[in-house]
Structures are given as structure tokens and as C-alpha cells.
Design a protein around this ligand. Sequence first.
Ligand code: NAP
Length: 600
Amino acid sequence: MSSELEIGLYIFMLAGFLGYHIITRVPPLLHTPLMSATNAIAGISLVGSLVVAGANYGPFSTLLGFIAVTCSATNVVGGFLITDRMLKMFKTSADANAAKKNTARNVIIVIAIVIAAGLAFLFWGMSQGQNFGTVLHQKFSDHALRYSYIISAAMFILGLKGLSSPKHARKGMFAAEAGMLLAVVGTLFHHEIVTYQWIIIGFVIGAAIGGTMGLRIPMTAVPQRTALSHSLGALAACLVGVSEYFRHGAEIDKVVMTALGFEVVIGGLTFTGSLMAAAKLQELLPGRPITYKGQNIFNFVLLAVIVASLIYLVIQPGTPYLFYVMVGLSLLFGLLLVIPIGAADMPVVIALLNSYGGLADASMGFVLMNKIQIITGSLDGTSGFLLSLLMCRAMNRSAFNVLFGAFGKLEVSEETQALEAKGSVRSITPDEVSTLLDSFRSVIIVPGYGMAVAQAQHGVAELAKEMQKRGINVKYAIHPVAGRMPGHMNVLLAEANVPYDQLYTMEQINPYFPEADLALIVGANDVTNPAARSDKNSPLYGMPILEVDRAKSIIVLKRSMRPGFAGVDNELYYDSKCMMLFGDAKQSLNELFGALKTGH
Ligand code: NAP
């Protein structure tokens, strides 16, 4: 084993352990920003892509490098912007009243000026003649590049460390952004880069797409944006791997071929798998699991063929046809892996694919012997893996069940059964709720996926404020897997200016339910289903739930008696304390707010 490889493996392991310790300290409140932050940091694949796009490796490699630069730049710019947008929203009640500071905007302006100056410098350099890269190399040696990578790595770690508290999270992210800038600028001086034309065009296109997504995408669409950017990051890694194989082919040694094989296989399957996840979350594809007979066996056989091809290629690197077939099969495997998984399980899939994307990046680091990519790939891999484990634990399901269980698949007969009334259900009107609220002193609001669908977070926040004005104590109960992403509800409520000190985790809030006058459930279903505690036959059995049934009264805002993602009826709705306010949550909240204001 070469000493470079040995050092690389040490770095990979240590970064993984460090990542584990830092990421376990990130509170559930910040799990969604954590996903987009690691996604932005994983955009470090940009540094490898820059070299491929700018070096003189031939037109095919330049084309692949150009696409990889575009994808990575989209992730870096989009990922950091949306993370900052989210983090800006998290405020305590005290912060909400304090004067706004413009530090963030100032830092962004400084970063933009540095990038613009860098680009202007490169343009000037290109106009000076062909050998600009050589001149740069003479002036700024490779040592400068190495040092810039060491500082960047430290800044990325500080950035993730900042996410352990909403107070320091933005500062941490600025450190990570500065680290990324340093790594990218340092790479521009790489001795193999001889032209900047494709780098600049790719970067500008990527920054424009990422910038638009980062600034404009609604918070309700964050899960699908995250999936989409994992797919772009993985595509970049896969393309750089293909370019490296194309360049070196039969000359590749066994160790590099192993890393390169991992890079293209994991990159390929993560690319198509994440695309499928994004399409399911965006409802471009049906959210229900799509299954067929023998699916799991077929997938396992396909995976076995891919692994066998990889082993053969390590022994015989000079078999290009097999290499390209293996890449094609990996792309197919990603599609087939995600098709049978239901939309609500996509967060686990996204987190797992995030972790795979990290591994693809780290493999790319091994192929290019780029240590900063090994570090960030390892951090990204650990983060995704930990988040998926946390989600599985919160649902009391195994990762195997999520990936291969086709959970949430309703057979027609079951669906009919689920819709059959199991007792009498009491419905209530907004005016009646308003009258009831007059006698309540404490209310716990329980948001769920339906709040995101209805985009009702602002309505919830307005109603809560109105109740608080009337002296009612309001708390929010956040289940770790409510919605379609870990921390999804926290981000939406933060967007609606709900101070995060009013948001309680499941463990914190459950003891409060027995004293609450009302549990007001807004579009949550599975996470409140008491069958998870009592019915051994329920697919939800064992999942820790929000104990809303212990509150003195319960009001549920949803459109119908249809079940939630798990496809099981909720016995809560037949509880004598429970009243159903049927209708779109946003509409119902508007009417309820109106009734409260007019004093009905
Ligand atoms: P849920 O069980 O999927 O239920 C959402 C409810 O919202 C539905 O019953 C639906 O009822 C209602 N709804 C939909 N659109 C609405 C609208 N416009 N207005 C009002 N109500 C609306 O959601 P959940 O309680 O948040 O549970 C999340 C599920 O996702 C769990 O099964 C969890 O295991 C799974 N999951 C989540 C994650 C994560 O990270 N968040 C990860 C993995 C799995 P109607 O159709 O009758 O309106």
C-alpha cells in the first residue's frame, strides 16, 4: 500500500469519527439545515471538477469536467444560500423583538466581491496568452494549494460544529463558506489547469441555477431540492470518475481502480436514486411504492452483477466495455432501488443517498489523491448515515424495512377497510372552536405533513399569536419524523416567525399533554396514532408518538378520514374527546382566525 493511500485511509476514518461526534450534537431543530449544509460542503467535488474542466486532458474529459463544475457549483451556491435562509429564520422570542443586524448581508457582499475580483483576474490572465496556468503555477506554488486545503478543512469542521446551536449556526456557516472559497480559489492555481474558459462558464451557469434555487425555492419544497442537489453532486463524482477511466484505462493500478469503481458505481446509483426521490417528493411520480413480483430478488441480482463487474475491473482494468456497462447498470440500480419506496420514506432514502454521495466524493478524493475531498466526503457520509439511523429509530423501523419493505403500500381492499368508519366521529365548525377557545388556558399545536401541503404554517403562527394575546399558553409539539424531512416542521414554523423556544421535541412535550386543555392537530396523522402504543398488529406499533390522546380535548384539522402515510386508520378520531375540523388546513385556520377576531 502506498504511503499516500495509507494517509488517505487514516484521514477518512478520523474525519468520520470527528463527523460522528460533531453531528450527534446537532439538535433535531437544525436537522434540515444540517442536510443542506453538508450538501453544500460536499460540493467540494467542485475542486476535482475544476481540474478536469481546466486541464488539457482532451475534449471528452473537458466536457465531463464542465458538466461536473456546473453541477457542483449549483450545489455549493444553492446549498449555502438555502442553509443561510433557513438559519436566519431561527429566532428566540427575545431575538424576534431585537433589532436586525446586517452582518450576514455584509459577509455575502464581501464574498461576492472576492469572487468577482477572482473572475476578473482570470479573464485578464486569459487575455494575456496561452500559458497563463504555467505563469500562475510559477508564482503560486502547489504549497499554497495544500495550505489552503488544510485551512478549508478546519473551516468546514468549524462550520458543522456551529450547527450544534441555532445561536452559532450562521457564524459556523460563514466559516464553511469562507473555507469553500479558499479551496476553490486555491484550486484555480492547480498546475494542471491550463484554461479557465469552461471553468468560468460552468461556474456561472451553476451559480445562476443554484442561486435561483437557493433564494427562491419555497421552504415546503426543501426536501425535493435536497434530493435534487444530492443527485447533482453524485453526477459530478460519477463524471469525474468516467473521465479518469477514459484517460488512464488499462494503466490504472488496482488500488485506484477500486476507488474509481466505487466512485462511479455509488455516484451513478445516487444520481438516479436521488432524481427519483426528488420526482416522488415533487409528485411528478406517484408517491406510493411501485412494486412488482420478484423485485427485491431482481435488485439483489443486479447489485451482484455490478459488484462482480467491479471486482473483474480491479483485476483487469483494461476492459472498457465492462466499465461502461457497470456505470449503466449502476444508474439503473439507483432507479430500481427507489421506485418501490413510498414518498414519506423518502427522507430516509435522501439521507442514505446523502451518505452514499459522501462516499462517492471520498472515493473521488482517493482517485485524485485530494485530501480535502476525502475529509468532506467522510463528513457527508457520516452525517447522512446518522440522520437515516435517527429517522429509523424515530419510526421504530429498520433501514432494511424502509428500503425493501414497500411500506405505505395500500391494497385497494385495505384502503376500503381503512375508510370504513369504526365508530362515530364528531365534527366541529370554526365558530364552535373559537367559542371553545374562550375557556382554554393551554394549547399544544401539533403540526404534520398536512400543514406543509396546505402551506398553513403562517396561519398556524397567526392563530397562536391571537391565542397568546388572549392569555392562552401555546406550545408546539414536534415529532422527529413529522412531515417529509427531519426537522421539516421546525423550518416551516421558523419561516412563519415562530420563536424556536416555543418548539418542543417529542420527549420534552409528552409530559405536558395531560395538563393541556387542547391538542390542536394540524395535518398530522401517523405521529399521533395511539395504535403505535397499543395495537401489536399495526404497522406503526412501537413507533414513539406524540401522546395527544392524553390531552383534555383534541381538535384535528384535516380534509377527510383518509389515513396518513402508513395507510392505517387513526383510532384517535373516534375518541370521545376528539373533534374533527374538516377542510384544507390553511382555509380552516383562516376561518378560525376570522371567527376569533369577530368574537364568535
Ligand atoms: P401523515 O401521517 O402522512 O399524515 C398527514 C395528514 O395530513 C394526512 O392524514 C392528510 O389527511 C392530511 N393533509 C394532507 N393535506 C392536507 C391539507 N391540505 N390540509 C389539511 N390536512 C391535510 O403525516 P405525519 O403525521 O406528519 O407523519 C409523517 C409520516 O411520514 C409518518 O408516517 C413518518 O413515519 C413518515 N416519515 C417521515 C420522515 C421525516 O423525516 N419527516 C421520514 C420517514 C418517514 P387528509 O388527506 O384527510 O387531509
